[in-house]
Design a protein around this ligand. Structure first.
Ligand code: UDP
Length: 455
């Protein structure tokens, strides 16, 4: 760590795994550059403070009931948390901004800024009223964040449901999505979202800066366009785990037996399967996935989160005799040390839901993907993987054993897979260069440090 620069940054992650990891990684980056760190967090999904003894953690009540905490409805969660957390967050922030320590009477460190997630609706007006600069950390791909504000307009104009002949058309305002992708997003996302998007857009434009965990090498055009659209400083500091690993901010305990199991497998032979921290599937979808894996005859490491198969606790509905057949080739765990898994020499492919973190973690380890997106930005990330970077095979929403088996064979055994592997190796090297001295992510990070030092 560099010597302390006498400045403190306040971070306020949204309490979902996909938001906590990048925020804690950002905290580590800023701390290594001399900033002191205070993390304000909800009681729900609280990050493990003991893993970060150099940061100050302050918990605020979130008012969620036990049932609300178990919801898989992200929009409902965003609404409830925004309603419940505004007042405790205001109290906490106001206290932090007092110039003198209430116990010792000593002068406190200057607070440079607040960095929070774009999902917190009250943060911008509150920060403004307290004269505290606020930056937004965004955990989406740049082009998704920039373009998703057009969804209400697309809902009005696309005349859903689509004709068969239109399914494969690209949507110019939301490139590279196809019309069928947009209709899948709009199918799930209700009109309730429209005022929410409008607010996020206004609040972001009013902020003092926008940080992306992406880089020019991954999304250059959207970055230039976003700079024009938002007219605020934009920092694309690169996939954050490239600076520091995320495992210390994992909300679930990773099953470390994955690694010795992988040690016993051949190089690039194993297909790793994870659908992230939010997606839920039906029992029959789980069965299609496990049969697709087993029938491919490749070794596999499958993550099934507790509670992620609707109507069951874990995998107890898989009959004993099928489990025996699965165990011949595979291993099923509740949560994996994903970044270590993707780094392992035995991994040959990643069947993923294409959350942004999983997607970039895969790119950074040159692991080709099989794309199985379920919702929201996952559809766009998957299109980038299959159609733009051409480093994966898209299942096109078909959770069917034959499709999965076929995709695994194409990726792991056929010449098509070799070409994909070569392309993802090149992409990994390109992204890696952005972290070098004059690389785009490195420069952007330096610009961010300067910005928040003198803001
Ligand atoms: N992850 C993990 N172990 C698992 C599954 C996921 O550590 O078994 C991590 C993964 O490395 C990533 C995050 O959880 O950093 C998931 O974020 P992503 O944006 O991919 O998906 P989300 O969970 O937000 O849908």
């Amino acid at each position: 760590m560099e010597k302390s620069n006498g400045l403190r940054v306040i971070l306020f992650p949204f309490p979902l795994q996909g938001c906590i990891n990048p925020m804690i990684q950002l905290a580590k980056i800023l701390h290594s550059r001399g900033f002191s760190i205070t993390v304000i967090h909800t009681r729900f999904n609280a990050p493990k403070a003991s893993n970060h003894p150099l940061f100050t953690f302050l918990e605020i009540p979130d008012g969620l009931s036990e049932t609300e905490k178990r919801t898989n409805n992200t929009k409902l969660l965003i609404t409830l948390l925004n309603r419940n957390c505004e007042s405790p967050f205001r109290d906490c922030l106001t206290k932090l901004l007092q110039p003198l320590d209430s116990e010792t009477g000593d002068e406190k460190q200057r607070i440079s800024c607040l960095i929070d997630d774009s999902g917190w609706m009250f943060a911008q007006p509150l920060a403004q009223s307290l004269k505290l600069p606020r930056l937004v950390l965004n955990t989406y791909q740049v082009s998704f964040f920039r373009n998703h504000f057009v969804l209400p307009k697309l809902r009005r104009e696309m005349y859903l449901p689509l004709q068969d002949s239109e399914q494969e058309d690209r949507v110019q305002e939301f490139w590279p999505l196809l019309k069928k992708d947009v209709s899948r997003i709009l199918d799930v996302e209700t009109e309730l979202l429209d005022p929410f998007l409008d607010k996020v857009l206004k609040m972001t434009k009013a902020s003092s800066g926008l940080i992306f965990m992406s880089c020019e090498e991954l999304d250059q055009d959207s970055l230039s366009q976003a700079r024009e659209d938002f007219e605020i400083p934009i920092f694309a500091i690169g996939p954050s785990h490239s600076h520091f690993p995320a495992s210390s901010s994992s909300l679930s305990t990773p099953d470390e037996t994955c690694i010795p199991w992988l040690d016993k497998q051949e190089d690039k032979s194993v297909i790793y399967v994870s659908l992230g921290s939010i997606v839920t599937i039906s029992e029959s979808e789980l069965m299609e996935i496990v049969w697709g894996l087993r029938n491919s005859d490749q070794p596999f490491l499958l993550v099934v989160r507790v509670g992620s198969v609707r109507g069951t606790e874990w995998i107890e509905t898989i009959p004993e005799e099928i489990m025996e057949r699965l165990n011949e080739k595979g291993k099923i765990v509740k949560w994996a040390p994903q970044q270590d898994v993707l780094k392992h020499r035995a991994i040959g492919g990643f069947l993923t839901h294409n959350g942004w973190s999983s997607t970039v973690e895969s790119v950074c380890e040159a692991v080709p993907m099989i794309c199985l997106p379920f919702r929201w930005d996952q559809w766009l990330n998957a299109r980038f993987v299959s159609d733009v970077w051409m480093v994966g095979i898209h299942l096109e929403g078909r959770v069917e054993r034959n499709e999965i088996e076929r995709a695994i064979r194409r990726l792991m055994l056929e010449t098509e897979g070799e070409a994909i592997r070569e392309r993802i190796q090149l992409l990994k090297e390109k992204v890696g260069r952005s972290f070098e001295q004059n690389g785009s992510a490195n420069q952007s990070l330096q610009n961010l440090i300067d910005h928040i030092s003198f803001i």
